[in-house]
Design a protein around this ligand. Sequence first.
Ligand SMILES: Cc1ncc(COP(=O)(O)O)c(C=O)c1O
Length: 384
Amino acid sequence: MNPLFAFDDAQCQALAEAHGTPCFAYSAGVAEAQFQALRAALPQRVRIAFAVKANSHPSLLKRFAALGASFDCASIGELEKVAALALPPQRTFFAGPGKREPELAKALAMGVRIQAEGWEDLARIEALAQGEVAVNLRVHPAFEVTEGNRIIGGSGPSAFGVDEEDVPALLARAADLRHVRIRGLHVFAASNQRDASKLLATHAAVLDLAQRLRDQHGMVLEQIDLGGGLGIPYAPEETPLELSALGHGLADLLARHPWFTGELILEPGRFLVGPCGVYLARVVRTKESRGTRFAILEGGINHLLRPLLTGQAFPVKAVGRSGGSLPTTLAGPLCTSLDRLGEVVLPALAPGDLLAFGATGAYGFSEGMTHFLSHPVPPEVGVS
Ligand SMILES: Cc1ncc(COP(=O)(O)O)c(C=O)c1O
């Protein structure tokens, strides 16, 4: 079976008939296999916290919870979905560069570990906390990291975390807080990286940074969170991440830093759920326009935003069709010329043909425009 598609043609047809189109479908078996393969490759001291932002479907959350996963949340909506799993609080983390007070209050009520992104987070937690609260500090490193696609944004100016050079002053200021205790480091600076050596180079730099912060500024480190960023193939020529290389590299890293006796955390999103999803949509009509063949589909960037954001199309197949290879521009139904899902090669299409987009289990539905990261939908108010 083609690893880019979690479901074969007969399964795609059956799903489309049973549930209508457009629709997303997720294979729990594929998600579980991704989790188990990663778990088996990593040292025991590395905790896996699934980044819920990638896909918050309750069936997947339940499956990962049963496998022992922890969860990385980035909004009150995600916290609520994870609260429904009734897990011990230490299995949930709360990150995000713009945490609002109700979100922090919810995280504190749940007792989860908050990844503070700066002084405002620390001050708000201090004001809300009843007793002592251990938090991790998200740091925006000065070293350059390589991303598969530019998503998190390298070492330049960033909305994420505290700039590395500002950490000593912040630690000194935080020492006067009554309730908040900084007890860990969080660094996540790269995304969709399929090269284990590049991921490990970043992880090594994070441990060196942690050691400097501990030795020179007395930072207490119960946890070091290395973020996500484990990449997946989106095209047949792209090779998968070598999990054994990643696992051995992390074991070596722990051995090279015997002073660190705490826990390492990885927060993969894309890796765990990307491969498990397909998005099914039918062709509404086709047209030729000045030499370009278009297929206009039932859904577009309202459901699959990633091609517009990253410039990379999802893998796509015409279900039940073989042969033919016509360059085709896939357009959605939205009234904007931005609504494109890619320029691809497919058999000649006709209205009603079913297309399946593979590897859409991560940042597909959850990145759909009103659903992004399960943030609340804003009300619309008509004023006369
Ligand atoms: C803080 C944090 N952790 C984890 C992730 C998951 O990243 P990925 O899906 O690339 O593994 C993200 C993604 O944006 C993130 O912002």
